[in-house]
Design a protein around this ligand. Structure first.
Ligand code: G4P
Length: 290
């Protein structure tokens, strides 16, 4: 999905999500396991208010499990239950139903005291483009469905996708925007392919990527490009020059940028998570990114 975000579009998306919110018991916020923070919408707290929420860390098959675990604990410390999934897997349905019941435990118990048993939980999926909303909804519905986002609730009445579990999903996912005015977030989104390739220059993405892997996953970088210890100590720019030559691309750096970015997206440098809990600053935690 290619969406051009501008202020009018943002407030419309926000309004439509808020309208649909009235009809659900719990919001499922989908994030990318490689970017558990950068793939969040900066205004989500404001948008959903105190509606119960479950954070779903998707694409776990592409990410660094150790880091994801830290993020699960981070969310927990914020009072939010987070579960990691691969939206393509069958067991996702059970996992999310169980987690939603856990978040809503008190509410369900009160309902059961009043004699209301086994009422299906109603939920909606919210996330930035490309986090896997359609994939997940198809998995939950158990079939391929045409999914378009951000329809206002009033025109047509709600349509619910029934899973084979006690869970019903609004057929319209909420599509919100990432915090792309933050340069670092832009680089991370671009590296994973979450945003269009022409939004950020490839040389900037590549320098960021080399610096990041040198610091966080040096042995994968070293092995993939057969680098010596000395070469590993070179700056990102010097590495680019060196590897462009090594590959025989002469001085066609763009060819090397493309190769590097594709390698990383394809997991050729292993599983990775670009957002690190250890990098969290006080600013991140209170940012509302208007
Ligand atoms: P969206 O509705 O939120 O915009 O995202 P969508 O479901 O279209 O998913 C975006 C891309 O992410 C798709 O890849 C999809 O297959 C992939 N994806 C979703 N969930 C997972 C996951 O848990 N693991 C992995 N590895 N990939 C996931 P695509 O290449 O754009 O399309 P396709 O050719 O795979 O269909």
């Amino acid at each position: 999905v290619v969406i051009q975000w501008f202020p009018g579009h943002m407030s419309k998306a926000r309004r439509q999500v808020q309208e649909n919110l009235k009809h659900v018991d719990i919001v499922m916020e989908l994030v990318d396991a490689r970017l558990p923070l950068s793939s969040r919408n900066p205004m989500l707290d404001k948008i959903i208010g105190n509606k119960p929420r479950l954070v779903i860390i998707n694409k776990k098959d592409l990410a660094d499990d150790l880091e994801i675990q830290k993020w699960v604990h981070y969310f927990e410390s914020q009072g939010i239950l987070a579960v990691k999934i691969n939206a393509k897997e069958q067991q996702t349905v059970k996992k999310l139903t169980k987690a939603a019941r856990e978040v809503l435990a008190e509410k369900l118990e009160r309902a059961s005291e009043r004699g209301i048993q086994n009422k299906a939980i109603r939920t909606m999926i919210i996330g930035i483009p490309n986090v896997g909303k359609s994939t997940l909804m198809n998995r939950l519905a158990g079939k391929k469905i045409a999914i378009t986002g951000n329809r206002p609730g009033v025109t047509r009445g709600q349509q619910w996708l029934k899973t084979n579990e006690a869970l019903e999903i609004l057929d319209t996912p909420g599509i919100l925007w990432p915090k792309f005015e933050d340069q670092m977030i832009g680089l991370k989104l671009a590296l994973t392919g979450a945003i269009k390739d022409d939004l950020i220059p490839k040389d900037e993405i590549s320098i960021f990527a080399l610096d990041f892997f040198k610091e966080n996953y040096p042995s994968e970088l070293k092995a993939r490009y057969k680098l010596s210890d000395h070469e590993m100590s070179l700056s990102a720019v010097d590495l680019i020059v060196l590897l462009t030559k090594k590959y025989g691309f002469r001085d066609d750096y763009d060819r090397f940028y493309e190769l590097l970015i594709k390698d990383i997206r394809d997991g050729k440098l292993g599983l990775y998570t670009l957002d690190r809990v250890s990098d969290l600053t006080a600013v991140d935690e209170v940012s509302d990114g208007n």
